[in-house]
Write a protein that binds this ligand. Structure first.
Ligand code: F6R
Length: 242
């Protein structure tokens, strides 16, 4: 595991974008695994800047996202579909037919998860997986558990996640209670993993994930076993690491 320490969020975003840009440059038809959440927003903005400067071409790139809320239509501004289009896909020349997320509008969980696994298998696996890190060490929607989930599965969101998300919705009832997420096995099979982390509130998660024991109670800790994992974290997120 390589840890890149940056001064702040801005530098974290620039360094992560450079790694992704190198991947796209070296393999123009690569498969990118992408994440949502607040942390990668700066990374996507930097990639858009590079694209606008004529430094990057996404025409041959395929993307598979980590997760999606179950039950949210694509046009809902809280859906991860909406997020990805808003922050990245609408601003670059990626072929939108080759941008994949789990289908949150499919009510049959088994069907939705199998279909997403089929997509991931058919594109031939992920070259570079970008990840954010949850406060409890979650990656994707893989929450602390007694075992590591393998492939795409449907998760019941924890009460604390539902409450945390409530601010983005009109009412508690409108907050999705389930999500489809890529499993840990799929994430581990990515050839390269890049984790972006920023802020003092993530310091404990960073410490437990990358310097503590490997356990499904801290899902990101499994990344310690990945042969090519780069953690790009700012000083605040690394403040507990001596
Ligand atoms: C996003 C995802 C989540 C986030 C994590 C951190 O697709 O799957 O695991 O990466 O919750 O979120 P932020 O970046 O908002 O702190």
């Amino acid at each position: 595991m390589v840890i890149i320490k940056t001064k702040n969020y801005e530098e974290m975003s620039a360094r992560a974008a450079n790694i992704i840009a190198a991947q796209v440059t070296m393999k123009p038809n690569c498969i990118l695994g992408l994440a949502t959440g607040s942390t990668p927003i700066g990374t996507y903005a930097k990639l858009v800047e590079k694209y606008n400067a004529g430094e990057l071409d996404f025409a041959g790139v395929t993307s598979v996202n980590l997760d999606e809320y179950k039950g949210l239509p694509k046009e809902n501004d809280q859906s991860y579909y909406y997020f990805m289009h808003d922050h990245l896909f609408s601003h670059i020349n990626i072929d939108q037919r080759r941008t994949f997320l789990p289908d949150g509008t499919e009510p049959d969980a088994k069907k939705a998860c199998e279909a997403y696994n089929d997509i991931i298998h058919s594109v031939g696996g992920i070259d570079l997986q970008l990840l954010g890190l949850g406060h409890n060490g979650h990656i994707g929607f893989n929450e602390p558990d007694d075992c590591f989930a393998l492939e795409t599965h449907c998760v019941d969101l924890t009460e604390s996640t539902i409450k945390a998300n409530q601010r983005f919705f009109a009412s508690y009832d409108d907050v999705p209670k389930q999500a489809y997420t890529m499993g840990i096995k799929t994430i581990l099979q990515a050839k390269k993993v890049v984790v972006v982390v920023s802020g003092a509130d993530k310091a404990e998660a960073v410490y437990k994930s990358f310097f503590g024991p490997v356990t499904p109670q801290v899902p990101a800790s499994i990344l310690q076993l990945h042969p090519d994992c780069i953690v790009v974290a700012d000083e605040a997120a690394l403040s507990l690491v001596k």
